[in-house]
Design a protein around this ligand. Structure first.
Ligand SMILES: O=C(O)c1ccccc1NCC(=O)[C@H](O)[C@H](O)COP(=O)(O)O
Length: 392
């Protein structure tokens, strides 16, 4: 791939395609390469903690290298340089979800195959790309960063989960404020997010998950802000389909304490880069996996504190809670235990037996939506789900 490529040991990289109509890199000084700022034509922003040196190769490509750099020569960066399409790089990591805006490649098939989403998750992601591009026009990152400074202080999401597990002896509950879903349609007609959040908190939820996607889940950032402003103390997960670091800043500016990063959608470099941004903002990152390959990819990334195992296949909607057990068996479970990673069991949990089954597999927190939200009193339903009162 033609362009200017830079990477650093802090996990930040820049790619300015020379072919791009805008090539700001030509006139950039290192002062302008600010962490987290995505310049026009760049795929990544650079890191000010590094010291820059510049090298021009015979084919005109300029490589910016940084002192102490071990990142530039990594396999991932070499793949970026090799001329593979971005969808191909993702596919090589086992990612089936394509990005509609990514550079095409003959292996992606005919025009029709390229233009038609293969499944609901891909459809959601393609719509999200359009949505985020529009939001970015109205609120550029620099504006958003100012809003982040005024956001309510971050609450300790991981700490709340650990504390709840220690106190109750059962997996900590992340209760999901979920009005609707693509698989089940509307789950609750009389949906008052603040009231639901309050009853979840009162009845023992350690943290809350607030869906913010409007089109497919009838959620919103208004809900997230309203819950945060209503005096709810539980840390809040912004449940969004994140494909761009802009969304992480946006989530923080609205009061989120944690964000979801889906390994089935994000290549390794994106996960590394986004978790770094989360760390800088003080947010927890819940990295979601669904199969062994995704789990293995995530376990290769340093500094991961929270892994969610989704029992729902987001491409087919099939739910199977034995997926959690399968992914925690053997060496994977041992690595997770050694590193003190908290595993969150996600989706399809309806009974105390389900909870003890995933707990037995190694889960220390659960993310539950449907089985609570459909009950007359979703808060009271918590003791039914756990087989005991977890509020004390
Ligand atoms: O819930 C869906 O239908 C869905 C479809 C496509 C992408 C994501 C989807 N859900 C996100 C989740 O995984 C759940 O909201 C969460 O784990 C709670 O699941 P549940 O307790 O089964 O409502």
């Amino acid at each position: 791939m033609e362009g200017i490529l830079a990477g650093c040991s802090h996990g930040v990289r820049v790619l300015f395609p020379v072919a791009s109509s805008v090539n700001p890199a030509r006139n950039l000084s290192s002062k302008e390469l600010v962490p987290g700022v995505l310049l026009p034509g760049a795929r990544r922003s650079a890191c000010l903690r590094c010291t820059r040196s510049e090298e021009k190769s015979t084919d005109g490509r300029v490589t910016l290298t940084y002192k102490g750099d071990d990142f530039v020569n990594s396999v991932e960066v070499q793949e970026w340089e090799s001329g593979m399409s971005l969808n191909d790089i993702a596919a090589k990591q086992g990612i089936r979800i394509r990005r509609s805006h990514r550079t095409g490649h003959p292996s992606e098939g005919s025009k029709d195959e390229k233009d038609t989403p293969r499944n609901i998750l891909e459809q959601i992601i393609w719509d999200k790309e359009v949505e985020v591009a529009q939001f970015k026009q109205t609120k550029p990152l620099e504006t958003l960063k100012k809003a982040v400074e005024d956001a309510p202080p971050v609450r300790d999401f991981v700490g709340a989960l650990r504390e709840s597990y220690r106190r109750t002896g059962v997996p900590a509950l992340i209760a999901e404020v979920k009005k609707a879903s693509p698989s089940k349609g509307v789950l609750r007609e009389d949906f008052d997010p603040v009231q639901i959040a309050k009853t979840y908190e009162k009845n023992g939820a350690a943290c809350l998950s607030i869906l913010t996607d409007e089109k497919y889940f009838q959620g919103s950032f208004r809900n997230l802000e309203a819950v945060r402003k209503a005096g709810v103390e539980c840390p809040l997960l912004c449940k969004e389909f994140i494909i761009d670091s802009w969304q992480i800043y946006n989530a923080r500016s609205k009061g989120a304490d944690a964000v979801l990063l889906i390994a089935g959608v994000l290549p390794d470099l994106d996960i590394k880069y986004m978790t770094m941004i989360c760390r800088e903002l003080g947010l927890a990152a819940l990295i979601e996996v669904h199969d062994e390959r995704e789990m293995d990819r995530v376990l290769k990334i340093d500094g991961i504190q929270l892994i969610g195992i989704n029992n729902r296949n987001l491409e087919t909607f099939e739910v199977d809670i034995s997926n959690t057990k399968k992914l925690l068996e053997g060496e994977r479970g041992e690595i997770i235990q050694q590193r003190g990673i908290i595993v969150v069991g996600e989706s399809g949990l309806f009974t105390p037996q389900d909870i003890s089954y995933v707990q037995g597999a190694g889960v220390r927190a659960v993310l539950v939506g449907e089985s609570l939200i459909k009950q007359v009193d979703p808060g009271k339903a918590i003791s039914g789900l756990f087989g005991k009162d977890i509020s004390k």
